[in-house]
Design a protein around this ligand. Structure first.
Ligand code: PRE
Length: 315
């Protein structure tokens, strides 16, 4: 199976569905969304498995929320299994409503269904307004709205979802804008099989997962200094259990810059020498368009000049 070599060849794109999820909004907001087939999947794992098996050309999945942090299902699925790469990112502002079938009032709500990341973002509101409500996890926010609309046999009588999901399912909105943090944003990534490397724009990010050789004092510092000495700024760092044994962790990291930028490429070479494994998860344009500001001595020209100087010493 030949993987697509350019974004133009991405025909079938999966997303965490059903329709009305924030992930669907992210896919629709992606600049290349038009004219392609958008296919909903019930979970992040299902979408990424379909991508790995060749049923999809790409998948949009959530990776990080400004309130609740990393989306473990995505981080773990990208850190293991057949390699995948991020080829784009999208930021979506998050606004939640509480919705229910017609005829129910707020005081009658006993159980609330939603995605775990959404629950974490409305916990304060729930504590104040529905302190006795039981939380029931669903695979996405929109899944709670779809279930409520499908009939009365749901283990919850209200859902937390995007306003558009409540409207699409014809549900009554009991409360609007219930997020505890009104500036909440979720970051989504468009993932593909290796073969596509977006061209550097000057405002890029690179994602890697680092696996240490041994657990020892200063181990994380050794990894981070590969970036630090070359002037590469980190934008996200998370440790995730590898699952191999208690206390065995890998590090999921985003940095500013593109693998084609000398300071980033040389950092990855340094890490390749000192790590047991470096999983490259792609270089891609950043959604906020913020350009990297390499400080003195860390631009491409500085690395090229240093290389030429070294070559001159040995010829
Ligand atoms: O359930 C959805 O609507 C999703 O797109 C998933 C998700 C997430 O994983 O964080 C996305 C945005 C919100 O922060 C809550 C849930």
């Amino acid at each position: 199976m030949t993987p697509p070599r350019s974004p133009d060849e991405l025909h079938r794109i999966g997303y965490l569905g059903p329709r009305g999820t924030f992930t669907q909004m992210a896919l629709e907001a992606w600049e290349g969304a038009a004219g392609r087939e958008h296919v909903p999947y019930g979970s992040v794992d299902a979408a990424l498995s379909a991508l790995r098996s060749g049923d999809l050309d790409a998948a949009m999945v959530p990776i990080e929320n400004s309130v609740e942090g990393g989306v473990s299902a995505t981080l773990d699925a990208l850190a293991t299994g057949d390699p995948l790469v991020v080829i784009g990112e999208v930021l979506v502002p998050i606004t939640f409503v509480l919705c229910a079938r017609e005829g129910l009032s707020l005081s009658e709500i006993r159980a609330v269904g939603t995605h775990s990341h959404a629950w974490a973002q409305v916990r304060g509101w729930m504590g104040e307004n529905l302190p006795d409500a039981v939380y029931v996890p669903t695979l996405s926010t929109a899944a709670s709205a779809v279930a409520l609309a499908a009939g009365p046999d749901t283990p919850f009588d209200a859902g937390v979802c995007a306003p558009v999901a409540a409207a699409q399912e014809g549900l009554t909105v009991l409360a609007e804008d219930i997020g505890d943090n009104h500036g909440a944003v979720t970051r989504f990534v468009l993932v593909a099989r290796p073969g596509i490397l977006p061209t550097p724009t000057g405002a890029d990010k690179t994602t890697v997962v680092l696996f240490q050789r041994t657990d020892h004092s200063g181990g994380l510092l050794e990894l981070l200094e590969q970036f630090a000495v070359r002037g590469v700024n980190l934008t996200r760092l998370e440790s995730r259990p590898t699952g191999a044994a208690m206390g065995s962790y890998c590090f999921s990291i985003d940095v500013e810059g593109h693998v084609a930028d000398a300071r980033v490429g040389e950092s990855l070479m340094g890490l390749r020498r000192v790590c047991a494994d470096v999983r490259f998860l792609g270089s891609y344009p950043r959604a906020d368009g913020i350009r990297a500001q390499p400080h003195q001595g860390t631009g491409d020209a500085d690395f090229a000049a240093a290389r030429a100087w070294l070559d001159g010493l040995t010829t």
